[in-house]
Design a protein around this ligand. Structure first.
Ligand code: PMP
Length: 424
């Protein structure tokens, strides 16, 4: 394994690297290091390279755009890739969501959605759920409760954020339905005791809790949020940064429950690795914001927009949403088999190609040590993975959506060997 990038003394240790790999190139589901060692990449750059590394169609579109117009700043001059992308996204966004704008990253899009929700409602507060991850910029960090490392030592954070329990059935020792009922009761209590509906602008939710442990939100919970949002005039914001663009086996994570969002945030899988994010809402909401109140120098970059258009083509032409559902099922089954052989894996869960393996000690407590060991050994064996969860005891798998059956089976074999070695 090539030495990790931190061999440069000037690189701040503030950036923590999950694997020791120094990537030289990427191709499809594989990363190659400088010694040309091949790794199965089941991280996809944290759910970004859904079309695989350097998909020829994305490369071609980006190269063409680089030679035409790299940066046409959208509040100065408009450009065709942005306009075309806006039309195309209109056809994949939920019904009734007919306006969108762009920034660069998930965190920026979360901030933008919060600003939009405040302007549209004239209210200040936001509600999030325990384990939420919405980003690292200051307002986004204020909405993030997946781990203190994001918050510690940087406060005071933004006021007006109320945190409600998440329906985490496995940790609560409940069925999904029980967990959903419990969390909705707690939300009602919070709206009665902490954040008055008349002060609450938005509820932020990830359709699958991501960094917080890869826990799908029960459909009944999302429907319950919709009902409360309607009852109280609160905007329901779906943070689809990680779950969008086919990741969960449907185009949007919220499609599983059929719940209508008021604002959708998307990034990551949108542009195959080029920085781009979008905030989408119905015109009744968007038109209440002040013109000029949002934007940024690089937002809606022309090369990123061209790459996003090619990404949409690839997702649609290669049937990647269906592939995500089918390969997700195959991976889920394989991981279930590994868990059945190793009681240290207490839960395997997820949707589509967004799957987590939760490690639990015999006394029921989170077992981060074994999870970390299995994650490290997997990388040594050639399978790149990530951990997540507040205690770091969930190993997640989030491969490119182009992954095939042979690659899934190879990953399951490597995972099985890694877990066997980690517990021996
Ligand atoms: N929201 C969610 C659900 C995410 O998973 C992430 C990133 N992991 C973000 C927001 C922040 O995105 P970024 O890192 O691009 O700022």
């Amino acid at each position: 394994m090539a030495e990790k990038a931190s061999e440069s003394a000037a690189l701040s240790p503030i950036l923590k690297q999950a694997t020791p790999v120094l990537a030289a190139r990427g191709e499809g589901v594989y990363i190659f290091d400088e010694d040309d060692r091949r790794y199965l990449d089941f991280t996809a750059g944290i759910g970004v390279t859904s079309t695989g590394h350097c998909h020829p169609k994305v490369v071609e579109a980006a190269q063409r755009q680089v030679g035409t117009l790299i940066h046409g700043q959208y509040t100065t001059v408009m450009h065709r890739p942005l306009l075309e992308l806006t039309e195309r996204l209109g056809s994949v966004l939920p019904d009734g969501i007919d306006r969108l704008f762009y920034v660069n990253s998930g965190s920026e899009a979360v901030e933008a959605a919060l600003r939009l929700a405040r302007q549209a409602t004239g209210r200040q507060n936001a509600i999030v759920f325990q384990g939420s991850f919405h980003g690292r910029t200051m307002a986004a960090a204020s909405l993030t409760t997946s781990g203190v490392k994001i918050r510690a030592g940087i406060g005071p954070l933004m006021p007006g954020v109320a945190v409600s329990p998440f329906p985490y059935a496995y940790r609560l020792g409940m069925t999904e339905e029980q967990a959903s009922e419990y969390a909705l009761r707690e939300l009602d209590y919070l709206l009665t005791t902490v954040s008055s509906p008349s002060d609450t602008a938005a509820i932020f939710i990830e359709p699958v809790l991501g960094e917080g442990g890869y826990v799908p939100v029960p459909d009944s919970f999302l429907r319950g949020l919709r009902e409360r949002a309607d009852r109280h005039g609160i905007l329901l914001v779906m943070d689809e940064v990680q779950t969008g663009f086919g990741r969960t086996g449907k185009f949007w994570g919220h499609d599983h429950s059929g719940t209508r969002p008021d604002i959708v945030i998307t990034a990551k899988g949108l542009a195959s690795g080029f920085p781009l994010s979008a905030i989408a809402a119905p015109s009744e909401i968007m038109d209440r914001a002040w013109p000029g109140s949002q934007g940024g120098t690089y937002g809606g970059n022309a090369v990123s927009c061209a790459a996003a258009l090619a990404t949409l083509d690839v997702i649609q032409n290669e049937g990647l949403v269906d592939n995500s559902a089918q390969m997700g099922e195959r991976l889920h089954k394989g991981l279930r088999g590994v868990a059945d052989a190793h009681p240290v894996i207490g839960d395997v869960r997820g949707l589509g190609l967004m799957l987590g393996n939760e490690f639990t000690a015999p006394d029921g407590s989170p077992d981060a040590a074994t999870a970390t060991k299995a994650h490290r050994i997997a990388a040594e064996k050639g399978l790149l993975l990530l951990t997540c969860g507040p205690q770091g005891n969930v190993v997640r798998m989030i491969p490119p959506l182009i992954v095939n059956a042979e690659q899934i089976d190879a990953a399951v074999d490597l995972w099985s060997a890694a877990v066997t070695e980690a517990v021996s």
